[in-house]
Design a protein around this ligand. Structure first.
Ligand code: NDP
Length: 382
């Protein structure tokens, strides 16, 4: 099979770093032809040194101006239009969307329109506009390859099988750093404690989402769109070791699971080489050392994010975008020590309660709902 030419949007982040690692590991199969950053110029300069033939884009205009002055010799685009140009580079055949938040939506849609396959790490874009993204991909005949480890696991278990064969998709959750913490202590946790994920090393936003379980909530909605199943067939089970990345229970009662160490290089590589499998240098599983794998029910009463996400996913329309937007604002406020930990889901619930959902909303309506939810959440936070 030929080498895939990949654009990495969000190259300076945690997923971006793993993507660069995969490109180093399987150079015959993956070439990075484009990379984007927002503000991390040091990391970008490092990447520019390592991938001198790639095109680069800096989204933040001030950072782009500073970088232009630094005279690092690269082909540089800037701003949101630059991001779209990067996502539609003629030489690219796969665009990896790894921008935190919803900034990846416009370039993702542009890549699809340009006939590129997309590999999606940014779950927020499928939560916000899953219907529109999947519909556009179907219309253009391009693949949407899941990079989130849970969805990549389900994708591997399904192997193209029809969603009618599926009884349940079972997403695994580590449970986060407060899995065992009594509910009355959750009001006192600090951002530092919440940023200490027990099994994964990730960016700040997703790490806080893992602690509230909003990450799993977002993933439930992401799964609904990626695999065309209704929310009632999406379940969550806590699995603290993060070795089983998710499971599919089929209508005949058989359950298939995908396992590996918790390293995002596994799902990124599979998205790049799919449908083929290619040897690499990643650490293999040693079952004798693992000894045991635990599973337990999530504490939905103490961590309301899962029920909020189920409600958003079942209602559909603009409500998932509203939930996601309010959560982004609340997480940022928590990270800045402006609100207590439980205020994250309290803010999201209040913004969702006040919203009048619009069914099958077009992109403009979704973007307006997103923006209003941000304003409302910011007002509630004060
Ligand atoms: P990071 O915070 O580590 O990286 C985010 C990336 O997005 C950086 O390259 C950052 O640029 C860029 N960025 C931030 N804001 C903007 C913006 N407004 N416009 C353009 N680019 C922007 O996040 P992660 O890598 O952890 O996560 C990325 C996405 O992947 C998220 O949606 C997350 O939910 C998802 N994901 C992550 C996993 C992980 O293991 N980390 C696992 C599964 C999914 P800069 O740094 O230059 O400012």
């Amino acid at each position: 099979m030929k080498k895939r030419c990949v654009v990495v949007l969000g190259a300076t982040g945690s997923i971006g770093q793993s993507a660069a690692k995969v490109a180093r590991d399987i150079p015959d199969r993956m070439e990075i032809v484009g990379m984007s950053a927002n503000r991390n110029l040091d990391k970008l300069a490092e990447l520019a040194g390592e991938f001198p033939d790639a095109k680069f884009c800096i989204t933040d205009p001030k950072s782009a101006a500073i970088f232009r002055g630094s005279e690092v010799p690269v082909k540089l685009l800037s701003g949101e239009d630059g991001l779209v140009e990067l996502a539609t580079l003629p030489e690219a055949d796969l665009v990896l969307i790894a921008i935190v938040g919803t900034g990846g939506l416009r370039p993702a849609l542009a890549a699809i329109e340009a006939g590129k396959d997309i590999a999606v790490a940014s779950k927020e874009i499928l939560v916000m506009a899953g219907e529109a993204v999947m519909e556009a991909a179907r219309r253009k005949g391009v693949k949407v390859l899941p990079v989130d480890s849970e969805h990549n696991a389900i994708f591997q278990c399904l192997e193209g099988r029809d969603s009618r064969d599926v009884k349940r998709l079972i997403l695994t959750a580590s449970g986060g750093p407060f899995r065992k913490m009594p509910a009355d202590q959750l009001a006192h946790v600090t951002p530092e404690q919440a940023l200490k994920h027990p099994t994964w090393n990730m960016g700040a936003k997703i790490t806080i989402d893992s602690a509230t379980l909003f990450n799993k909530g977002l993933e439930m909605i992401e799964a609904r769109w990626l695999f065309d199943v209704e929310m009632a067939r999406v379940d969550v089970i806590v699995h603290p070791q993060s070795i089983v990345h998710s499971m599919v229970e089929f209508v005949d009662g058989s359950v298939l699971a995908q396992l590996s160490h918790s390293d995002m290089c596994f799902p990124i590589q599979y998205a790049v080489t799919w449908p083929e499998r290619v040897p690499n240098t990643l650490r293999p599983l040693d079952f004798a050392q693992l000894a045991k794998l635990d599973f337990e029910a999530p504490r939905t009463a103490d961590f309301p994010a899962l029920d909020l996400a189920r409600r958003a996913g079942e209602t559909g329309g603009t409500l998932p975008a509203v939930m996601n937007a309010a959560n982004e604002i609340a997480v940022e406020a928590f990270l800045q020590n402006k609100i207590a930990f439980p205020k994250i889901w309290q803010t999201v619930a209040a913004v969702m309660d006040a919203h009048q959902p619009v069914a099958h909303a077009g992109l403009d309506v979704i973007l307006r709902a997103d923006s209003e939810a941000r304003t409302h959440a910011a007002k509630l936070i004060g």
